[in-house]
Design a protein around this ligand. Structure first.
Ligand SMILES: NC(=O)c1ccc[n+]([C@@H]2O[C@H](COP(=O)([O-])OP(=O)(O)OC[C@H]3O[C@@H](n4cnc5c(N)ncnc54)[C@H](OP(=O)(O)O)[C@@H]3O)[C@@H](O)[C@H]2O)c1
Length: 357
């Protein structure tokens, strides 16, 4: 686990390949790679039956369109692989890309159980490469500003977190999020943000969690959910997440002397971040200038590779995210019964560093 990652030669560009020619990739992530200093997109791969789509997506970048995923990870002109496949494929393709000597930025959830993250950790250590979960929202400066205000004692001691994340997936859309065989369901898709926020700000995993799930009629995945986390000593979080409702990406930190509320944790490029601080002194609204968290994420990853440092979203956080996510699923399956999550490992570093870029 401690094998150092070799730094890349100074000035060398990080050559990216993307697995899966998705609309999301071509609309957000690939443009972010192209805009990032020191990064270049050299390859895209689709499944063989979708090769034409890979050709289309690769064209504007002059990148190679591979006929399958295996060909891309064998491409000597690729240093780092970005993976946006269905959730069930994240572990397998991350491990395969690492074994082929590539660094990997893999979409959330890195894995749907802690064992999957540990497999990736072992493969990364064996290959002396980085594997990082793509939790882009943490790279937006508004999250760091909220953490700084908290650390400065602006609202006293953190006691409670409220958070809600949602967006709507239409019935009959064929979306992977509605397919149980592809790791669908609101929890691993959008719930993972709600799961991450309280842990990021408390700086640790909860001791126990509980959740209730519900499904849109005719669907076999949970499409809406609510839950709680117990951080001990009276500290806690309530959260809800859904793929049934309109867009929502909000959180509020309740301290002993006030609250910090972040209006849109998914603020996209072009949209300012807005924080509201309420204390006995009054209400202060603060604007954090617009930033592209996808580009900041890509840049932080590229710098970590260049400097031979660990990935910018700590792998311990990915382990903990998978463990807590699985505990919420287990609780819901048991009708909402509390499920222990810390398991003696509450001290793991959480949120040690990705947001500062
Ligand atoms: N961070 C973010 O803002 C964000 C936003 C959207 C999605 N994501 C993440 O990205 C991942 C993919 O989500 P998406 O919305 O991009 O999904 P999507 O549009 O359905 O794309 C998934 C891709 O996976 C490939 N694939 C491989 N096996 C498949 C199968 N059996 N069925 C369908 N597709 C298959 C396909 O690529 P080819 O056809 O080219 O082989 C497909 O384009 C998820 O893990 C999601 O959590 C993150």
């Amino acid at each position: 686990m401690t094998t150092p990652t070799p730094a890349r030669p100074a000035g060398a560009e990080l050559r990216w390949g993307a697995l899966g020619a998705t609309a999301y990739i071509s609309g957000l992530l690939l443009p972010a790679i192209a805009r990032t200093d020191g990064c270049v997109l050299t390859a895209v791969a689709s499944r063989p039956e979708r090769h034409a789509q890979a050709v289309e997506v690769a064209k504007p970048y002059g990148a190679t369109a591979h006929e399958d995923y295996a060909a891309l990870i064998a491409d000597p002109d690729v240093d780092a692989v970005y993976i946006a496949l269905p959730n069930t494929d994240h572990v397998e393709w991350t491990v395969r890309a690492l074994a082929a000597g590539k660094h990997v930025l893999v979409e959330k959830p890195m894995a749907m159980d802690e064992d999957g993250v540990r497999r990736i950790e072992r493969a990364a250590a064996d290959a002396s490469r980085i594997a990082t979960e793509a939790f882009m929202y943490r790279f937006h400066p508004q999250q760091q500003r909220a953490a700084d205000l908290l650390a400065a004692g602006t609202i006293g001691e953190l006691r409670f977190v409220r958070t809600a994340f949602a967006f709507e997936i239409p019935t009959g859309s064929g979306n992977i999020r509605l397919d149980p065989a592809l790791g669908g369901g609101a929890t691993w898709d959008v719930g993972c943000y709600a799961v991450d926020v309280p842990q990021f700000f408390f700086g640790r995993a909860p001791d126990r969690v509980g959740a209730r799930f519900s499904s849109r009629p005719g669907h076999q995945v949970e499409t809406s959910a609510f839950g709680w986390m117990d951080f001990g000593e009276g500290r806690g979080a309530v959260l809800d997440w859904s793929i049934d409702y309109g867009p929502r990406a909000w959180y509020e930190l309740q301290g002993t002397s006030g609250t910090i509320s972040v209006r849109n944790a998914w603020a996209m490029s072009g949209e300012d971040g807005v924080l509201t601080v309420r204390t006995a002194d009054g209400v202060l609204t603060e604007t954090v200038p617009a930033a592209d968290h996808y580009q900041l994420q890509v840049g932080a990853f590229a710098r970590a590779v260049a400097e031979g440092r660990p990935g910018p979203y700590p792998i311990a956080d990915s382990r903990r995210a998978a463990r807590v996510g699985a505990a919420l699923v287990a609780s819901a399956a048991a009708g909402g019964t509390p499920v222990a999550t810390a398991d003696g490992r509450a001290d793991e570093p959480v949120g040690a560093g990705p947001a500062r870029t």
